[in-house]
Design a protein around this ligand. Sequence first.
Ligand SMILES: Nc1ncnc2c1ncn2[C@@H]1O[C@H](COP(=O)(O)OP(=O)(O)OP(=O)(O)O)[C@@H](O)[C@H]1O
Ligand SMILES: O=P(O)(O)OC[C@H]1O[C@H](OP(=O)(O)OP(=O)(O)O)[C@H](O)[C@@H]1O
Ligand SMILES: O=C(O)c1cccnc1
Ligand SMILES: [Mg+2]
Length: 523
Amino acid sequence: MEMKKNKHSGRVIAGPTNPMVTPLLTDLYQFTMAYAYWKAGKHQQRAVFDLYFRKNPFRGEYTIFAGLEECVRFISNYKLSDEEIDFIRSSLSISCEDGFFDYLRGIDCSDVEVYAIPEGSVVFPKIPLMRIEGPVAVVQLLETPFANLINYASLVSTNAARHRFVAGKSKTLLEFGLRRAQGPDGGVGASKYCYIGGFDATSNVAAGRLFGIPLRGTHSHAFVSSYMSLDEIVDKSLHREDGSSTYEDFVSLVQTWLSKIQWSKSLRGVFSETNQSELAAFISYALAFPDNFLALVDTYDVMRSGIPNFCAVALALNDLGYKAVGIRLDSGDLAYLSCEIRKIFCSIENEFGLPGFGKTSITASNDLNEETLDALNKQGHEIDAYGIGTYLVTCYAQAALGVVFKLVEIINQPRIKLSEDVSKEGDRILCRHPFQESKRAYVVPQRVEELLRCYCAGTSDKKEETLPPLRDIRERCIKQLEQMRPDHMRRLNPTPYKVSVSAQLYDFIHYLWLNEAPVGELQ
Ligand SMILES: Nc1ncnc2c1ncn2[C@@H]1O[C@H](COP(=O)(O)OP(=O)(O)OP(=O)(O)O)[C@@H](O)[C@H]1O
Ligand SMILES: O=P(O)(O)OC[C@H]1O[C@H](OP(=O)(O)OP(=O)(O)O)[C@H](O)[C@@H]1O
Ligand SMILES: O=C(O)c1cccnc1
Ligand SMILES: [Mg+2]
């Protein structure tokens, strides 16, 4: 990965995760405007752009801000290669002068300042998430890549946070979306940003490698259906967990347990004969991963086959000192089945004296989304973990967050500087609705926090924030969500979250507004 040392701060920042993120990952009109600025001698004018969105996604009242690190990595390593410049030349008008391409060659964003709200923060519409200052032609080139890097990242983090809110704090959330994601970047991005939004782990191995996200997984129906009989298991031996000896015929041990539970109080009458190919698959998996045995139980019949087969293998593993992890359900009525399964696990705990067996983990998957999680909660269920793919990573409920990047100032005019509204804890300030004159209230702030922090100092002498590790970003997101009032978080008709402006800012916005709005003439 390419890395460049920042001229001013001396920081070394890696390039973007996705090598497709280059200066060409922008819209053509950014280059045509850059040329026009250059031709007019205006390209070096200092400009300020704000990046924000207009409306919370998913009919919600909050959004998680994500994607900042990738923006910083992008501009810290910004450099157009000769080949890229040749391509731009061939894409613009033949009349474009050579001097412009020399100018492009020199652009490295070292004179661009980036101020942003920390990644993983809870944010709201119309507030600047990022403020980018620099030569107008350069910052203009950053509009499309920045919007692109923030849009999906924030959308999918928010989606993950919403799934977490419905599932509840105590549940394990696994992101299983890679196969359904919008291409490789969608898949890797989803894993990273769902982790920020509060998921616990991903099945995506590349994301585990790139970002250190915990990897988790079970096995598929294909693994179960690939087995045809117990005869396929050749090496039946399994060493005891404590390493003391090897048990020679684990298959017979499982079969003995299967007949015991067939006549047990817990399972009597539930099944007569289980599917033997499924049993072979479970045994085989247990022999491969005796200390991490988790079985997918719905390939044939959950209650008549999958569960008794799982219990027999788990009891046999227990004899050798291992603790089975649990089961996964991938079809049927997940609420009902999970409750029936829990009852069986609890009866086996009591009947066979296996402390803790009643708590064996139940994972559910199959087209889950916020609504189904909510329905499961309402019905009552015994699920400990959810594996969620399609609806989560494709952001099925809303395709995009309308991130925009707008010029707010050029050569110091006009200037909207939220961060200069300094106030102190305990100072009484007048808060106003940004547009409705009559809506206002006095507030005594309990905590004052500068929202926009400096991530790239450009040529200024500001101190740059360090880029926090992914775990810290996730932690920030979880903490901030915990501070939200539950009525702002609920799925149906959440209470609007009010963002007010100070009295000074209110006056300033309205002054600017009146200055720009043309005065009509009555005929
Ligand atoms: N108790 C429940 N309440 C509400 N929705 C549920 C409940 N249990 C499962 N679901 C959801 O209902 C849908 C069931 O879909 P579908 O009928 O396609 O699955 P299935 O027939 O059980 O399994 P398969 O994937 O094998 O077809 C899934 O989206 C699942 O998440
Ligand atoms: O349902 P999702 O939220 O997308 O979660 C991922 C799904 O992917 C796997 O099966 P896949 O859908 O590939 O096959 P299946 O539906 O036939 O089990 C897995 O068993 C889940 O059901
Ligand atoms: O590990 C799993 O169970 C898994 C992974 C991806 C998709 N579906 C399931
Ligand atoms: Mg499916």
